[in-house]
Design a protein around this ligand. Structure first.
Ligand code: ATR
Length: 306
């Protein structure tokens, strides 16, 4: 049999899925199924187009059908906060749910992931919400660029949803000094104010730094479309003043931002690592096993770039 699985699905196959709107672009099925197959599990990971107004019904459907878990992508991550039975600290801290794990009580009354029940799954199943996105940012910076957030000087471009999450995570991990730049300065100021309130020790400023930084991080959506203006104003901050560049955009593999950074001699990485590590962490929550990250990475790169 071709593909990652040793046998076709049967009546014992367990399901995980991603819900999104739109979802057709998602690479998650490709790399999650590669991971499940490498672990030898008779599970499958599917993708469903779910409209926001039907998210609650779709989560209930997965619960009723004894799915192992779900991933949620745009536009469901905030809505789901109100739709799960319990929030893990990660979801509470980051204010968004990108992973749900279904759980039932074992003989001693402890909640356990549904993987632990092969047959006779108890009638009462709860949905626990997690967030694996935030950790994936700093794991990707560490594994793909060798940069630890702690103590680093970072110029962060963008203060939308992705920029805010990156800024808060960097502050939580003890960033040395953080500089926020955004087309709409008011949004960067709002993120800086939130950091000042939640992480009072963090050094965070709005505007370009005067001294060199370890990392310039693009968290704007610029680069997704050909003809986008560059996210970095090189007249105000030349690439040569940074040690490395990271672009959360990963299609194309080398964005104009990363090309300019590489040509200026910087180490570079794109956001495909964030996608990989948020998925690997979800797989670990569902399976209780170490994710086969190399197999998953290969499948992800093939799905996104080939
Ligand atoms: P996401 O959830 O991907 O972060 P978002 O919340 O819409 O999406 O944020 C998009 C980011 O890209 C913002 O920082 C946005 O800047 P504004 O806050 O000023 O809107 C930035 N962005 C998008 N288009 C831009 C453009 N043409 N020039 C500069 N910045 C842009």
């Amino acid at each position: 049999m071709s593909g990652p699985f040793a046998a076709p699905p049967d009546a014992a196959t367990r399901c995980c899925a991603v819900y999104g709107h739109p979802v057709r672009h998602s690479a998650s099925p490709a790399f999650q199924n590669a991971g499940l197959g490498a672990l030898g599990l008779n599970w499958r990971y599917l993708a469903f187009e779910v409209r926001p107004e039907q998210l609650r019904a779709a989560i209930e459907g997965a619960r009723a059908m004894r799915f192992i878990g779900l991933n949620l992508t745009v536009p469901h991550k905030l809505l789901a906060l109100e739709m799960v039975d319990i929030l893990d600290d990660s979801a509470r801290l980051w204010g968004a749910v990108n992973t749900i794990r279904f759980e039932a009580r074992d003989a001693s009354g402890q909640w356990q992931p549904l993987r632990q029940f092969e047959t006779d799954i108890p009638a009462e199943v709860r949905a626990q919400g997690f967030n694996t996105d935030a950790d994936a940012i700093t794991r990707s910076l560490s594994e793909d660029l060798g940069i630890s957030a702690a103590g680093a000087r970072v110029l962060l471009l963008g203060a939308g949803g992705a920029g805010r999450a990156a800024a808060l995570k960097l502050a939580a991990d003890g960033v040395g000094e953080l500089f926020l730049v955004n087309r709409t300065p008011r949004k960067a100021e709002a993120v800086a104010a939130e950091i000042a309130q939640r992480f009072p020790g963090a050094r965070c400023h709005v505007g370009y730094p005067e001294r060199p930084v370890d990392l310039v991080l693009n968290a704007t959506s610029l680069g997704l479309n050909a003809g986008d203006p560059p996210p970095l104003d090189e007249r105000l901050f030349p690439f040569q003043r940074a040690g490395a560049a990271y672009d959360m955009v990963y299609r194309p593999a080398e964005t104009p931002f990363l090309r300019a950074a590489r040509q200026a001699g910087l180490r570079t990485a794109n956001g495909v690592g964030m996608l990989l590590y948020q998925g690997a962490a979800a797989l670990e929550l569902w399976t209780g096993r170490t994710a086969p990250v190399d197999v998953m990475r290969q499948a992800l790169l093939k799905s996104v770039y080939v």
